[in-house]
Design a protein around this ligand. Structure first.
Ligand SMILES: CC(=O)NCCS(=O)(=O)O
Length: 337
């Protein structure tokens, strides 16, 4: 038992789990994604480097990582504040902010956003993918990494007293590098000490999520308290997905906002439905580039609440099941043991 047991840790302190309400388990409010810059298609260099213009927004949707300016979400705190106010108005209560070391985590800004908007914000401890690990990080032992992660949860991170309430998103690629494996083992050790929630960014290979689970489990991690993110871009085969689901993690679908809704010529074109795992599914938009903000014609943080929930209900998913996905599953995941 610790003071964290039975509570959720936000950037403003501990809260009772019942206060969270509708929760997006994977968003970013301020970060840089420069680490993942992807050169534009030949001939598109000028569009890529022009200041944002309305006529380029479709191009940006197709090539979000090929424009440096688009990768700097940390320049949009004012717009994000407005979005969070809109999120509250749409019934949103909580956002898990997944920015970890390597992609410009900014805890003071998160705390200010929480104060300004009344949205519960939960910050992430730990490290993003290998290419963002510094030489110093790569040299650290698992024990040292564990101490840092534990301290980010118990005492605060980045020289502040602002405490993280979840470990992750912990970044891994494919194949998983030695440095990423050390971070995964440290994550498992820290989770075993703290009884805290963990969230993983798997590599882009259908085998990646299960391999991460294997490493975490071997190091003593609690898979039932771990979210596997980005499944919608990672496992496409239904059989493989069901095999993965049996391993017991939460299953996160977080590409909402980039899907095609209401395809007018065939309304049957729709989201994949995973039967039997309603206690394990969580959802989010994973906003991490500017073009996905409503300021730039994007869908914003309220898209799931405003557009996806009605679609779920229309497809026969009950209100009770929707509440599990948006309220109860995140609440159980985020509550410290
Ligand atoms: C911020 C982040 O890691 N988002 C996922 C991007 S990816 O292209 O789906 O890996």
């Amino acid at each position: 038992m610790s003071e964290l047991t039975g509570k959720v840790q936000t950037v403003l302190g501990l809260v009772d789990p019942d206060q969270l309400g509708h929760t997006m388990t994977h968003e970013h409010l301020t970060m840089s994604f420069e680490c993942c810059y992807f050169p534009p298609p030949p001939g598109d260099e000028t569009v890529a480097e022009n200041p944002f213009q309305m006529q380029h927004m479709h191009w940006l949707r197709q090539n979000p990582y090929s424009c440096h300016e688009n990768l700097l979400l940390q320049q949009e705190t004012g717009a994000v504040r407005d979005e969070l106010l809109a999120y509250r108005k749409a019934g949103g209560g909580t956002i898990v902010e997944n920015t970890t070391t390597g992609i410009d985590r900014d805890l003071p800004t998160l705390r200010q956003l929480a104060k300004d908007t009344g949205v519960h914000i939960i910050a992430g401890a730990g490290y993003y993918v290998d290419c963002t690990h510094t030489e110093a990080t790569k040299k650290m032992s698992v024990e040292k990494l564990t101490d840092i992660i534990v301290s980010e949860v118990l005492h605060g991170a980045d020289g502040t007293d602002i405490r993280c309430g979840v470990i992750g998103e912990i970044g891994t690629g494919w194949p998983i590098t030695e440095s990423e494996k050390k971070v995964l083992r440290a994550t498992a050790h820290a989770q075993a000490q703290l009884g805290c929630p963990v969230i993983i960014h798997p590599g882009r290979n259908p085998a990646a999520p299960a391999e991460v689970v294997r490493i975490l489990q071997e190091a003593g991690g609690d898979i039932s308290k771990t979210v596997m993110s980005h499944l919608d871009r990672t496992i496409f085969d239904e059989g493989e997905l069901l095999e993965f689901a049996k391993l017991g993690s939460y299953l996160e679908y977080d590409l909402f906002g980039t899907e095609m809704l209401n395809y007018p010529y065939n309304l049957e074109v729709d989201m994949v439905k995973l039967e039997g795992y309603e206690d394990k599914i969580v959802v989010a938009h994973d906003i991490h580039t500017k073009n996905r903000l409503t300021k730039y014609g994007g869908h914003g943080y309220s898209h799931i609440l405003k557009n996806i929930v009605p679609k779920m209900l229309m497809r026969g998913i009950s209100q009770h099941q929707v509440d599990k996905i948006l309220i109860n599953n995140p609440k159980h995941w985020l509550t410290f043991n």
